[in-house]
Structures are given as C-alpha cells and as structure tokens.
Design a protein. Structure first.
Lengths: 389, 163
C-alpha cells in the first residue's frame, strides 16, 4: 500500500486480482517502481486469468500507463496460456478507452467494464417500464416520508446526497418542501438521469446536481454530506453491505444515512387475501432468483448496525389504496405485474400455468384496491443511523 | 480565441511551474473541478477534463523556454471548452512544438498515437498531445507568438464523451 503517493495497490492471490486505485501520475518510471515490482511478481505467479482491477483508479498519466502496459505485454507475450482481464468502470469516463488499445494489441488481454454485472436487475428496472412505477410510488410514499424525514434528522440548510436517485422525483420533492442547501443526486442509469434533469428543469428546481456514478464505489470524497438517502435500492443489489459502506463513507461524522426498503411478501389485500399472499410470496422468490432481496425492509436495523451506525431509528408505514386516488395504487400493482409476471418470469423460464396464477394475485390485489369496501397495502421500512462523530 | 467566454486562468512564472511536477496534477484537478460544476454530469466531466489537461500540462512542463510567464486558461464556447497554454519558448521548444504540429496534421492520427503508446524504449515526447487529439477528439492548434512565446490551444467537447 502506498497511500502517501496518491495510489493504493494490492494483490489478492485467491482472486488473482491486482487492484490499483487512486491517482497515478508519476514523473518517471522510478517513482512507481514498487508498484511495477508488485505487479510483475503478481503476473509471474498466477495461472489462468489475472484480473487487473483499475475501476477505482481516478487518474493515470502516460508514464504510468506505459509501465503497466509494458509489464502486461512482456508477460502475455511469453505466456499465451495466461489471460489478463482489465476491469474498468464506466464512471471514470477515460479508463475503458485508455486500456482498449492494449486488448487490441494482445490477443490474451481483454477489457471488461464491470458496472453492468454489478446491477443484476438494472436492465429490468431501466427498460421494463419502471419509470411509471417509480413516479407513482414516489407520489404515494412521499405522503408518509415528508413527515418521517425530519424525524430521521433532515433539516433545512443541510448538504444532502440522494444515492440511487432514479428518476429524481424524490430529490425534487425534498428540495421543494424540506429545503436542504443542496442535493447531489447520483444514479447508475444514464436514461434515468436524463429524465431527472428534465423533471428538475421543467419544475424550475435548482440546487440539485445529478451525477452518474456507481453506488458501490462512488467518486465522492469522504465526510461530505449531513444527510444521505438511499431509497428502495439496497434491495436491488446482491451485496447491499457494499453500498452501505459507501453511504457511511460519504456521510459526515454526526450526519445520518436514511434508507427505505420493502418486504414484498407482506403486501396484503382484502378481499381475495389468499391469492394475493401467494403471489407476493412468489415475488420474493423471483427477486431472490435474480439475487435481489425484496424482503430487506425489516433487516435494515441489522444492516445499519453492522455498517457501524449508531442511534438507529426504524419506522414502517403502509402505503394503501386509501392514501389518495385508489387508481394510482392500482396502477403501481399493474406495473409490478407487467414486469414481474412479464419479462422477469419469462426469462426465469416459468410455465404458462405458473405465470397465470402469478398474474391472478396481482389482479386480485388491484381488485381489493378498487373495491368500494376493499383494502390494499404495501409495507415499507424507513430506517436511519448516525455516523459516529 | 473569438466566440469564447473566459472561465478561469492560472498564471505564474514558468520557473515556478516547472519547479514541481505535482503542479501538473494539482492545476489540472483544480481547474477541471472548477469548470465542470455546471456541466450535465460534473464528476464525469471533471474526470475527463483533468485527464486531458494533465497531459497538456505535462507536455508544457517538459518543453518550454527558460524564463517568462506561464498561463493556463480555460474558456467556453457552447458545448466545447478551450484550454490555452501560453508559455515562453526557446529554439529547442519551438522545434519540439513545430514537429508536434506537423504530426498532428497528418492522417491516421489514431494509428500514430497507438504506435507511440506502445513504442519500446523512451516514451514518444508527443504522446500526450497525440492522446488528447485522439482520445478526447481535441482540435489542437500551436501558434508561435511574438517575444519568443507560444500558444497551445486544445478545443474539446467532452459532454457525453464517455457514453
């Protein structure tokens, strides 16, 4: 490790992964001789595939690039059995383009922009008609969250970050009604960010900066924000603890991190409760098959404690058909059915019989929501923790 | 440059600039952050701007006249930003930049850049300029000025360049 030089380098033998992070702009090759030596030794001892992880390497000049490329070329040239996979991140902007010529030059080198693999459900969430779901959801959850957020520590004038901001409508509502000094809203979907910027511009809302980023490895400095939100997102990741670690890192000591998550199997409705219950139990299994935990809500307390937070506060609330227009609630359920019983169930290989029963539960939930004497609910857990001072 | 709006400029003596290698990194990081704040994605833009600007500054660090003022200015022209380095220039530096201008005007610039990137032995001294021209699609102009000075300008449209 050489943190004083602006970069960190480490080799994990078990993964055969050499990680370089930080800033690497030496004047001469001599300045990074220790790095070159470690990399050379690591390359010399591996078999099969060697991973050169530069996804958190923020800066790299040509002096350093030539040292790295020279070592890789030298080893690969003499060992056609060895494969070198350079792991980049789209967040940096320059790194994939910088390393691609190396892959063109050497047949056993490849460049893999890793971000897409980290988000197993992102394609469904981006392209599966989720924007209408998200809009309707925020509209209904805001009725509850606008009262909860001050209880969890959000105050006017705070520096706030909304990580995994999606289409940005939550950030707009917060900025308009709760008046933080500024909001940095980050997401890994360019299409969602484009939409978010348009929403903010259409409503004439300023003070929100929308940035592209990877929630698990944000290019943001430590200890920047008084209040960090991350809503309905830990449940989408297969390793939520990585996200929490980053939320903790960017939060100021004494500041708070606020998360919301669901427990979908607890969605309920009357009449037709049994069919509804069956379908939402299956929703939880479906998400688990895609490595997402839609049951995470009640686990929030444990996750926050394990991440090092203190003064944990947990609330739960039920979004229901009585919160406003029942049709809005029904529209959300219809959107869930379209995505879960549509593309996701099909891609999992579910039978037509299963899908028909799966769909029926959603339709029964809609029936309950619109029934003059019916009741339909969707439970959400809001939790926050304070970063120790 | 006409039609551009000045954003920020850093000036110092060339001896001061060239006394410390870290100046290249610090100036490029600082200026990139300053000019990126109102771009669509400020962090991504700053990453790209810093990378390109650093290569230009490292080139100027290595090739300049012995004394006189050095300035680095960033101006905006719509989607594009223009980086201008104004530096003292002696005969050796003039020869270096004249050769750079000649190479940058040649066809197959990408091929030249990739060959320089992986050339054995000492690094091609024009590598940074070639990279900025190819990877950042910069329009680079190099103009000798009166009084043994030289202006190096790179115009880049980095918005959306990473997508």
């Amino acid at each position: 490790m050489s943190p004083d030089r602006g970069y960190q380098a480490s080799f994990n033998e078990n993964n055969q992964e050499f990680v370089i992070a930080g800033k690497l702009r030496p004047r001469s090759e001599d300045e990074i001789r220790p790095l070159a030596q470690s990399l050379g030794e690591a390359l010399g001892q591996v078999k099969g595939t060697f991973y050169l992880n530069v996804k958190r390497l923020a800066r790299l000049n040509n002096v350093a690039f030539r040292v790295i490329a020279g070592l890789v070329s030298q080893v690969c040239g003499g060992r056609p059995d060895l494969r070198v996979e350079v792991v980049t991140s789209s967040v940096m902007g320059w790194s994939t383009r910088k390393f691609l010529p190396l892959a063109r030059l050497l047949p056993n080198v490849s460049v893999n922009e890793y971000d897409k693999d980290f988000y197993p459900g992102q394609s469904y969430l981006e392209e599966g008609g989720f924007i209408p779901i998200l809009r309707a959801q925020t509209k209904l959850t805001w009725q509850h969250e606008k009262h909860l957020l001050p209880r969890h520590g959000l105050r006017p004038g705070m520096a706030m970050a909304d990580v995994c901001c999606g289409i940005g409508d939550f950030a707009v509502l917060v900025q308009k009604e709760l008046k933080p000094a500024s909001i940095l809203a980050l997401d890994h979907s360019r299409s969602s960010l484009d939409y978010a910027r348009k929403v903010a511009a259409d409503f004439g809302v300023s003070g929100i900066e929308y940035v592209y980023g990877d929630a698990s490895e944000m290019v943001l400095e430590d200890n920047q924000f008084d209040f960090v939100t991350c809503r309905h997102s830990l449940q989408v990741f297969d390793r939520p603890e990585l996200i929490l670690r980053e939320l903790y890192r960017i939060c100021k000591p004494g500041g708070r991190v606020y998360i919301t998550n669901e427990k979908n199997s607890h969605c309920l409705g009357e009449p037709r409760a049994e069919s509804i219950q069956w379908t939402y139990n299956e929703v939880a299994r479906l998400w688990a098959d895609y490595k997402m935990d839609i049951e995470l809500g009640p686990k929030s307390r444990r996750y926050l404690i394990d991440a090092g937070f203190e003064d944990i506060r947990v609330d739960s609330f039920m979004v229901t058909n009585l919160d406003g227009d029942p049709q809005s609630f029904a529209d959300i359920i219809q959107s869930w059915e379209n995505v879960y019983a549509g593309e996701m169930a099909r891609d999992r290989g579910d039978s037509p019989e299963f899908i028909a029963r799966f769909r029926q539960g959603f339709q029964d939930h809609i029936y309950a929501a619109l029934h003059p004497k019916g009741y339909a609910g969707w439970p959400i857990w809001a939790a926050s923790g304070r970063k120790p001072s | 440059m006409s039609g551009t709006r000045p954003l920020v400029e850093i000036s110092m003596g060339i001896e001061a600039f060239a006394s410390e290698w870290l100046h290249c990194d610090r100036i490029s990081s600082y200026l990139a952050r300053m000019v990126s704040h109102n771009r669509t994605d400020s962090l991504l833009y700053a990453n790209l701007m810093s990378s390109a600007l650093n290569e230009l500054l490292e080139t100027a660090f290595a090739h300049h006249g012995p004394e006189g003022d050095f300035s680095c200015r960033v101006s905006r022209a719509g989607d594009a930003d223009v980086i201008e380095l104004d530096l003292p220039c002696d005969a050796a530096a003039l020869s270096f930049y004249s050769e750079a201008a000649r190479r940058l005007s040649q066809p197959d610039l990408a091929e030249t850049y990739h060959a320089a990137l992986f050339s054995p032995g000492r690094a091609d001294p024009h590598l940074g300029l070639l990279e900025v021209a190819v990877d950042y699609r910069a329009r680079i102009s190099i103009q000798p000025e009166q009084g043994n000075r030289l202006k190096l300008a790179a115009e880049m449209a980095l918005e959306g360049a990473a997508a």
